[in-house]
Design a protein around this ligand. Sequence first.
Ligand SMILES: Cc1ncc(COP(=O)(O)O)c(C=O)c1O
Length: 421
Amino acid sequence: MPLPRLLGPTAMPNALPILESEYPAAARLLSPLGRRAELPLGIPQQTAQAAACERQATIGQITSGSGLPLTLPAIGEHFAGLDPKLAYLYAPTAGLKPLRDLWRAKIGVARSSLPLVTNGMSHGLSLVADLFSSPEHPLVLADPFWDNYETIWGMRNGAELRTFPFFDRERRFNLAGLDQQLAALRGPATLLLNFPNNPTGYTPTQAEAAAILERVLAHPLPLAVLCDDAYATLYFGEDVYAQSLFGALAARADRERLLVCKVDGATKEMVFFGGRVGFLTFSADGKAGEALVEKAGAVLRGTISSVNAPAQAAVLAALRDPNLPAQQEEVVGVLRRRYHALHAAFAAQGVDALPFNSGCFALVQLREGQDAQTVRMRLIEEQSTGVIAVPSANALRVAFCSIEEEDIPDLVRRVAAVVNG
Ligand SMILES: Cc1ncc(COP(=O)(O)O)c(C=O)c1O
């Protein structure tokens, strides 16, 4: 049966041939949905083409003749300070252009596409899954992992999750496990790298990062590497590879074999959890980058149509604010102090924690025979303390990002009372 196609003309009719000639790995990695994803020459695109016209009778937005939104004061008064044209009208399918430009400059990787704005990072991840995963294209990742990956890749895309234990017996990042899963692949796949990691709070050391890089670059089959950089900037330990692997991978990616995708955003970096502003960037510049953004944009248009404009306008304004870096550094400083307090409290209470050097979390290792869900419930009932059970590692996840520094010794005392009791 032929694949269903769009009925009318498309905005970029040659996206697939462009990828086939300019970025063969990307073309070979595409899922069936990824192959057929294309944007129609539809209302947003026709509107953009008419942007400079004197009379604009294109997109169905309620505006003055000069294109300003007829915003109701009852709404507008809550967004004072935002540019009305940016905040109250539809943002373009791929996001506000100046925001995309500034985020690209911030990422600072020459061989990359313009970022596509996504509805938070989960949405960026699900776009990558839609484009490159299917029951035939598995996902390789370390276990434990953030639970939403299973919803996105397993439940939604029917992709197989092939895991390896995050730490080896010596509690170092498990390079041998990564080797094994890469060696077992027989066709296109995605490798997910999430550092700083949720739930372990671990980022590879410089040497471990170099070893990961070497393995990925040597992989002989088409591979999409997805860097989930949700916790970028939260690096606390010594000798950690304190940046995304995206840059180093993109610089050396062989276009016949390797595509690198980066998902990051304002959620944690700008402490804007409810804002839902994320970004998806590919290791492809020029026409190939445009073709990949076009395909991701087509899936976006077919689901949410357009990302929340006031939140994009707020992030754009923040990126232009000279005070932003100092404000962000202040938050990082708060978390760094909590991180050190947590290490000290674990040591003082004799709690067995797995290695952690970054991010927002640490894992408490339970003893054999202890059940993570049972221990978690006992902590709620006996110690009025909430943590997250991570059964695959027989561990508890402690979010130190949510506890005041001075309360951390008390938190750990409560955890120890049940875990060591
Ligand atoms: C590893 C990881 N990636 C992505 C996300 C999703 O972020 P967002 O809230 O922007 O969808 C989270 C959120 O907790 C996360 O822990």
